[in-house]
Design a protein around this ligand. Structure first.
Ligand code: SF4
Ligand code: SF4
Length: 70
């Protein structure tokens, strides 16, 4: 398992409609209240599977500077 939670860089995110990473997240941890706006991650649901990291076409999601679990 990855050591860190993923983080979405809103400076890179293209606010896809819909977010491709959200579609592959099995635990629905990626929340996009409005299609066309940048999503955020609900860390309480994230299992750190990193599927979103490899799916986002813009490489907007990384674990490098992500939040480490407490
Ligand atoms: S797929 Fe990537 S670039 Fe597109 S909305 Fe989701 S996080 Fe942003
Ligand atoms: S790491 Fe996995 S569980 Fe966490 S937001 Fe990405 S796809 Fe969802």
């Amino acid at each position: 398992m990855n050591p860190a939670y993923p983080e979405i860089d809103w400076n890179i995110c293209q606010a896809c409609d819909p977010c491709q990473a959200r579609l592959v997240c099995k635990t629905r941890a990626i929340v996009q209240p409005d299609p066309g706006e940048p999503p955020y991650i609900d860390f309480s649901r994230c299992t750190r599977c990193a599927l979103c990291v490899i799916t986002c076409p813009c490489q907007a999601i990384t674990t490098q500077n992500g939040h480490h679990p407490a």
